[in-house]
Design a protein around this ligand. Structure first.
Ligand SMILES: Cc1ncc(COP(=O)(O)O)c(C=O)c1O
Length: 389
C-alpha cells in the first residue's frame, strides 16, 4: 500500500479568479507601478479602515519603511517582543535602533503591556508590537502607554489581516501597521507586503522609500536614501484578487480551526488548544499552534515534530525565541532565562498543518498521528503504556 500524500504545513488558497487576474496583467504592458497596485492599495485601505495603504515587496520592507519614516533618533530604544518572526526586530537593527525585549503574556503570546510600561526609559522612542498568530496585540492599552509617554506605536500585523480589537480592524492600530503576504499568510501576493496608516505624511514618505527615495512628483528627483521595495503588477493583481475572496478565505480558516478544536478535545490533558473566541477581539487565523503542557520540554516537542514529519505531516516549532537566535546571542549577549515566558512557550509550541482548503480527512489524519506519537514522545513521567495487554 502506498503512503498517503503528505499534508503541507501551509498552502495558499488559489482559484481561477487569481489566475485570471494575473493573466490579465500579462495581456498588458504595464508590469510595475500601475492600476493593479492602485486597486490593491485601495482595497487594503478599505479593509483596514484607514486613509492610506502602500504596497511593498515584503512584510519586512513594510516594517522597515515604517521605522525609517518615523525618523526615530539613532540609537534609540524600541520596546518589542522576543516571541515573533525575526523580521520584527531586524527592521530596528536596519536603522541602528536598539530592540528592548520584554516578556510576553503566556496566555495570549502577545507582548505584556505591564512589562512594556515598566521598561520605558528616557531612551525609549517607540513600541513595536506584533499580532502573534493573528491574535490582536493589546492595542488599546499600548496606545494609552504610547500616548502617555509620547512614543511612536508600530504595529506588526503581518500575521493578522482581517482581525480586529474592540471592533477596530488590525491595520488601523498604531501610527502605522505592516502586513506580509508570503504564501503561508491568510492572503498572498507571492511575495509582498503593505503599510496602512492614517498619517498622510508617513504614507508619502513610505511611497518615496519604496521607490529609491524619489519625490512622489518629479520622476528622477531623489530626495532621500530609498530602496527598491516596489510590488510588481503581477503580485499586486494576485493580492487584489485574493482580497476579493478575503471573507471566504477567513471563514474557511475559522472552520478549520473549529474542526481542530473539536478533534483535539480528548487530548487537552497533554496540550493546550488556541482559544476559539477572545474576550474583546476577533482573531484572524494565521496558523494553528498547539502548546504541549509541562512537563513537556523542547526535546519532547522536537521528537513529536520529527515523528509527525516522518508520517508526512507538515509541522514546525513556531516561533523560536528571537533573542536566542545565534545572531542575537552574539550581538547582544542574550542567554537562556532572559524572558522565561517566551522561552517556555517557544520550547513547547508546535504549528500543525493549516490552510483554507484543509479537509476533514486531513485533520483526522493529523489528530490520529498525534494520538499515536504523543505517548511515545512524552516525557518519561508522562509516558503512557502503548498496550494494555
Ligand atoms: C510577525 C511577522 N513579522 C514580519 C514578517 C516578515 O514578512 P515577510 O516574510 O513578508 O518579509 C513575518 C512573516 O512571516 C511575520 O510573521
Amino acid at each position: 500500500m502506498s503512503a498517503p500524500a503528505p499534508i503541507p504545513l501551509s498552502q495558499p488558497s488559489l482559484t481561477a479568479h487569481e489566475r485570471e487576474a494575473v493573466a490579465s496583467v500579462m495581456q498588458s504592458t504595464r508590469l510595475s507601478m500601475g492600476p493593479a497596485l492602485e486597486r490593491f492599495e485601495e482595497q487594503m485601505a478599505e479593509h483596514c479602515g484607514v486613509d492610506h495603504a502602500v504596497g511593498v515587496s515584503s512584510g519586512t520592507a513594510a516594517l522597515h519603511c515604517i521605522v525609517r519614516a518615523l525618523d526615530l533618533p539613532e540609537g534609540g530604544t524600541v520596546i518589542t517582543t522576543p516571541y515573533s518572526f525575526v523580521a520584527s526586530s531586524n527592521v530596528l537593527l536596519f536603522e541602528d535602533l536598539v530592540p528592548r525585549f520584554v516578556d510576553i503574556d503566556p496566555a495570549t503570546y502577545n507582548i505584556d503591556p505591564a512589562r512594556v510600561e515598566a521598561a520605558i526609559t528616557p531612551d525609549t522612542c517607540a513600541i513595536l508590537a506584533v499580532d502573534v498568530f493573528g491574535r490582536p496585540a493589546p492595542w488599546p492599552r499600548l496606545r494609552k502607554i504610547a500616548d502617555a509617554h509620547d512614543l511612536a506605536l508600530i504595529a506588526d500585523s503581518c500575521e493578522a489581516l482581517g482581525a480586529s480589537r474592540c471592533g477596530t480592524p488590525v491595520g488601523s492600530w498604531g501610527d502605522a501597521a505592516g502586513f506580509g503576504f508570503y504564501p503561508n499568510k491568510q492572503i498572498t501576493t507571492g511575495e509582498g507586503g503593505c503599510i496602512t496608516t492614517n498619517n498622510a505624511a508617513l504614507a508619502e514618505t513610505c511611497r518615496s522609500l519604496r521607490n529609491q527615495g524619489r519625490a512622489t512628483r518629479g520622476r528622477m528627483r531623489h530626495v532621500r536614501l530609498g530602496y527598491n521595495y516596489r510590488l510588481s503588477e503581477l503580485n499586486a493583481a494576485l493580492g487584489a484578487a485574493q482580497l476579493d475572496r478575503l471573507d471566504a478565505i477567513l471563514k474557511a480558516r475559522t472552520r478549520a480551526s473549529t474542526r481542530y478544536h473539536d478533534a483535539l478535545a480528548p487530548l487537552t490533558d497533554t496540550l493546550r488548544r488556541p482559544p476559539q473566541t477572545l474576550p474583546d477581539a476577533e482573531r484572524s487565523w494565521f496558523v494553528y499552534v498547539i502548546e504541549l503542557r509541562p512537563p513537556w520540554i523542547r526535546t519532547h516537542r522536537d521528537a513529536l515534530c520529527d515523528a509527525l514529519r516522518a508520517d508526512g505531516i507538515g509541522c514546525a516549532p513556531y516561533f523560536p525565541a528571537i533573542h536566542l537566535q545565534p545572531f542575537y546571542r552574539e550581538r547582544f549577549g542574550f542567554r537562556e532565562d532572559a524572558f522565561p515566558h517566551c522561552e517556555s512557550v517557544a520550547a513547547r509550541t508546535l504549528a500543525l498543518p493549516f490552510f483554507a482548503e484543509i479537509t476533514e480527512t486531513q485533520i483526522c489524519r493529523v489528530v490520529d498521528a498525534l494520538h499515536t506519537h504523543l505517548p511515545t514522545c512524552a516525557p518519561e513521567s508522562n509516558r503512557m503504556p502503548l498496550s494494555t495487554s
